[in-house]
Design a protein around this ligand. Structure first.
Ligand code: NDP
Length: 292
């Protein structure tokens, strides 16, 4: 594989993407269209609040609109569906995002199904997931889309390589396993997907050219679990207590353990996270461009 940098920086790459997107934003603004995102946030989960703040802050920095609709933890499904239906019909709202996870009494699938697929900038609606699975994607979920951009930008040709994905969520694991195996440029890999039902995950990671970790288990992958020169895309974000009574963010890979053995790795923080936000901005711009 052909890589010019060992640390795949999502901070650097997202800056390049924002500068490319600024031209598209100008075109939209010249037609009086300001890309606008509505975020639905239920309850006061602190991690969800941080994620939503990071997203909305970026929209504001770029001169785009982002509004958050807050609901209390005891909101009903119908109340959420009513709000989404209102946003579906609002011409000045181009993208709708429901921050997950939702409380247990809410059927997330039912809520996601109520979003107009043309405003589904997270790409979680079954219509958009189905298009992705059939190899003809429309809105691609932001985290997997951001991962594919690493391969493109850093000229990592995964065609014919063995990609091992750990995690099978609809948000990350499953869509990235589909994307890496599509018959496209920068894809065309042989992909194995592992999960909690896999009897020996390390058996697969040791064979992998590329390991994509999306399980949410701190320091799960160590140097003994990979082969020399492999590439690690670390999606995991785990908060672990540090000695100063605070928290550190760590990934699913044990960075110190693997760093000398890999040919490239995404750091945590500063790797996949910033790319997820950049892809949300891009998807919202794409949704707005339908109006041109
Ligand atoms: P989910 O909890 O929805 O899915 C986790 C997946 O990993 C499941 O398929 C689960 O298996 C599997 N899994 C969990 N523990 C193990 C284990 N010990 N061994 C094998 N498989 C395991 O998580 P998400 O996909 O939403 O997120 C995964 C991680 O990525 C989290 O740390 C999250 O914070 C982070 N994340 C980061 C983003 C970013 O922008 N950087 C964006 C989204 C998520 P099973 O299906 O059997 O339960």
């Amino acid at each position: 594989m052909n890589i010019d940098s060992k640390i795949l920086s999502g901070l650097d790459l997202s800056k390049i993407i924002y500068s490319q997107l600024s031209k598209r934003i100008e075109v939209l603004k010249s037609q009086s269209i300001i890309p606008s995102l509505a975020v639905i946030l239920v309850g006061d989960n602190s991690a969800s609040k941080i994620y939503v703040n990071n997203k909305t802050k970026r929209f504001t920095q770029l001169g785009l609109n982002s509004s958050t609709v807050n609901f209390s933890i005891d909101v009903t499904e119908q109340e959420l569906i009513n709000k989404i239906s209102e946003l579906n019909n609002e011409d000045t709202c181009h993208g709708i995002l429901v921050q997950l996870p939702l409380p247990k009494h809410i059927n997330s699938e039912k809520i996601l199904l109520s979003i107009d697929p043309e405003k589904d900038v997270d790409g979680f609606h079954p219509f958009n997931l189905g298009k992705l699975a059939s190899g003809n994607p429309t809105f691609i979920p932001c985290t997997p889309k951001g991962i594919m951009r690493f391969f493109e930008h850093y000229a990592i040709d995964i065609s014919g390589k063995h990609v091992v994905v750990v995690g099978r969520s609809n948000i990350v694991g499953r869509p990235i396993s589909i994307l890496t195996s599509l018959k496209n440029k920068y894809s065309n890999a042989t992909t194995t997907i592992c999960h909690s039902g896999t009897s020996d995950i390390y058996h697969y990671t040791k064979m992998a050219d590329v390991v994509i970790l999306a399980l949410g288990s701190p320091n799960f992958l160590k140097s003994d679990h990979i082969k020399d020169g492999s590439i690690i895309i670390d999606v995991g974000i785990n908060r672990i207590k540090n000695n100063d009574n605070g928290y550190d963010l760590v990934g699913d890979a044990d960075y110190e353990s693997v760093i000398d053995k890999v040919s490239a790795i995404t750091p945590v923080p500063g790797g996949v996270g910033p790319m997820t936000i950049a892809m949300l901005v891009e998807n919202t711009i794409e949704a707005s461009e339908r109006l041109l």
